[in-house]
Design a protein around this ligand. Structure first.
Ligand SMILES: Nc1ncnc2c1ncn2[C@@H]1O[C@H](COP(=O)(O)OP(=O)(O)O)[C@@H](O)[C@H]1O
Ligand SMILES: [Mg+2]
Length: 332
């Protein structure tokens, strides 16, 4: 019997304060026995009515997720950070694939690699040793503009501001800057009018770079691996978000909590999802990303799963997440 995951005290981590869109019909806590709550959604679309009451993997009724509305003009980007100080939870994978799925829906997307490990850049096929300019230059050198740094991602409609290990120096150097927390916000400002969505892939820490990302953002998405102890440390992340909200960026909202690497065949995985919903309520996305090796394969191939394995369940999951993000965030 694995250890039970500690459940945070009520109020400590309610996580619903920043969410703009609630689904009124949904319970905030599970009201079903576990087995019933995690019963797989029937695949057959017998009628629209039965589809509406089907329970999703999070144990709540699965809402109908329409395709995002077509856009006739671009700009006014929503900036969203992928944030969790734990590594290996799916931040980079979500940045690449949510971005690619939103681009498929006609959004102009800019990805920002804000992790000195540069996994986002490598995951899109770039060589870290062959970058002329990176986000580091954009932050530290006033002569460098976004146009000097931006590169195509290989996905139509999606661009990338790449990074490599140079960015680790910025964390130290920024400490001496005036308005050090607002540096990324300042340099990204010209991109807002050109893109519909800007996704920032944060590093696994709550240091100055992550505070910069949160200060520059309208929303934050928190990927959480569906594993025991996944919730550990999330209270600290919530505190950091609250502090940034209070002191630097009152507009910052939690756009959602995303369960990743989910294995629906195990009771373990289902229990973790259940607890996620108990802790974060309707902040938890109905969409859950299942565990599949296709994600590692697509990273090796240097492209998103939406193009590497376009009809795979992983690609479909990120398309569904894109619809859910667009539904929650009308400015996407
Ligand atoms: N849903 C998933 N199923 C299986 N492997 C995954 C999944 N999501 C991510 N991975 C793999 O897990 C590793 C860590 O993911 P990554 O997105 O880099 O996490 P982070 O950016 O939070 O450190 C990578 O090798 C990635 O390919
Ligand atoms: Mg990463």
């Amino acid at each position: 019997m694995p250890p039970r995951m500690p459940i945070p005290a009520p109020g400590e981590m309610s996580g619903d304060g920043g969410v703009r869109r609630q689904f009124a019909s949904e319970p905030t806590t599970l009201q079903f026995p576990v087995e019933q709550a995690v019963a797989p959604r029937p695949a057959a679309k017998s009628s629209a009515a039965s589809a509406e009451v089907a329970l999703g993997p999070t144990g709540r009724p699965m809402p109908v997720l329409p395709d995002p509305r077509p856009l006739t003009e671009h700009g006014g980007a929503r900036v969203i950070s992928m944030c969790n100080q734990k590594g290996g939870v799916g931040k980079t994978t979500t940045t690449i694939n949510l971005g690619a799925a939103l681009a498929e829906f006609g959004r102009k997307v800019l990805l920002v690699d804000f992790d000195p490990q540069g996994s986002l850049s490598v995951g899109l096929g770039l060589n870290p040793h062959e970058m002329d300019s990176t986000v580091y230059n954009l932050l530290m050198d006033r002569q460098t503009t976004i146009d000097d740094v931006v590169v195509p991602s290989g996905v139509p409609g999606m661009d990338l501001l790449p990074s490599n290990i140079d960015l680790s120096a910025a964390e130290v150097q920024l400490v001496h800057e005036v308005a050090r927390e607002q540096t990324l916000q300042r340099v990204l400002a010209p991109a807002i009018e050109r893109y519909d969505v800007i996704l920032i892939d944060c590093q696994p820490s709550l240091g100055l770079l992550t505070v910069n990302a949160l200060t520059a953002s309208d929303g934050v998405i928190i990927p959480l691996e569906c594993e025991y102890f996944a919730l550990r440390g999330v209270a600290l992340l919530k505190q950091t978000i609250d502090k940034v909200q209070e002191r630097l960026n009152p507009n910052l909202e939690v756009d959602g909590v995303l369960g990743t690497m989910y294995d629906g065949r195990t009771l373990h995985g289902r229990e973790v999802l259940e607890r996620l919903v108990q802790a974060w309520g309707d902040s938890v996305f109905h969409t859950v990303i299942r565990r599949t090796v296709k994600f590692s394969d697509s990273t090796v191939a240097g492209e998103p799963i939406t193009s590497y394995a376009s009809s795979s369940s992983g690609a479909e999951a990120y398309r569904q997440l894109a619809k859910e993000v667009a539904l929650r965030c009308p400015d996407v």
